[in-house]
Design a protein around this ligand. Structure first.
Ligand code: APR
Length: 246
């Protein structure tokens, strides 16, 4: 990797009181998990993810939606955290205060050792009652497509946020608080197209935080970032942690 970190980035991270990181699907790209807007493959190539991840799609055809998420779960099941995930877990150990907020539902941050991960869009490993919202820690305990809750008979759905649904309140409030309090904001592997996650950075910019975007491609935020590093996060993050903390 040929990127040289400007000394100001090193200094900002070394002196940071509170670092916040917001991650998106690009953070898991080097783990082989297709980003959300990557072309879908095989059977699912004919579907637009934004059409399947909706309450309407679930109401119309719960079996199709469930099978799509089973396909995504199996994709993720083979994935392992990459060096970027591990670097963020390491960063948390060095920083005075560190808040990791993710839009990803693949659980890879947790598998890399990150704790207190704020999951804005849920987690593919968990399922919940479609009506009761009662959450279960894993899929494996249930059969059926979609499975039904043994007592109430209600369908079980993935514990993820669909388009048009509200985000989990506690997680969103924690993310907003951190975006208002942090003095360094890392924006990693996200197209910054989906709100409210995408607008959290506005709070950081408003507070003159140092905003560092890590993304090989430009996004609507790139021109506002203090620094934009056009490289894959799996390469940049380990190098950044080493450059800042040795
Ligand atoms: N390192 C860093 N960034 C990368 C890498 C990489 N190796 N590979 C791709 N990217 C970038 C892409 O350039 C793109 O900007 O990751 C971003 C992925 O964007 P999306 O696929 O739109 O994913 P994301 O931003 O996480 O989507 C946000 O929208 O679709 C909903 O709920 C879904 O959580 C998702 C949310």
């Amino acid at each position: 990797m040929s990127y040289q970190f400007p000394p100001q980035i090193i200094e900002a991270l070394q002196q940071a009181k509170h670092i916040m990181a917001l991650t998106g699907a690009g953070t898991s790209a080097e783990s082989g998990v297709p980003t959300f807007r990557d072309a879908q493959t095989g059977l699912w190539a004919q579907y637009d993810p934004q059409e399947l991840a909706t309450p309407d799609a679930w109401a119309r055809n719960p079996q199709l939606v469930w099978e799509w998420y089973t396909w995504r779960r199996n994709l993720v099941a083979e994935a392992r955290p990459n060096a970027g995930h591990y670097a963020l877990a390491k960063m948390a150990q060095h920083a005075n205060q560190f808040t990791l907020v993710t839009q990803n539902i693949d659980n890879l941050h947790q598998e890399a050792g990150s704790s207190n991960v704020i999951e804005l869009h849920g987690n593919l490993r968990r399922i919940k009652g479609a009506n009761s919202g009662c959450v279960y820690p894993n899929w494996e305990a249930f059969t059926g497509s979609p499975p039904q809750e043994p007592v109430s008979g209600e369908y079980m759905r993935p514990d993820v946020v669909w388009f048009g649904e509200i985000l989990p309140e506690v997680q969103l409030l924690s993310a907003i608080e951190a975006s208002q309090a942090c003095d360094v904001y890392l924006l990693i592997g996200t197209s910054s197209l989906v709100h409210p996650a995408a607008s959290l950075v506005v709070n950081a910019l408003r507070n003159q935080a140092t905003v560092i975007e890590i993304n090989p491609n430009p996004t609507p935020i790139t021109e506002y970032a203090t620094y934009a590093i056009p490289h894959p996060s799996g390469e940049i993050l380990p190098a950044l942690v080493t450059a800042v903390w040795g």
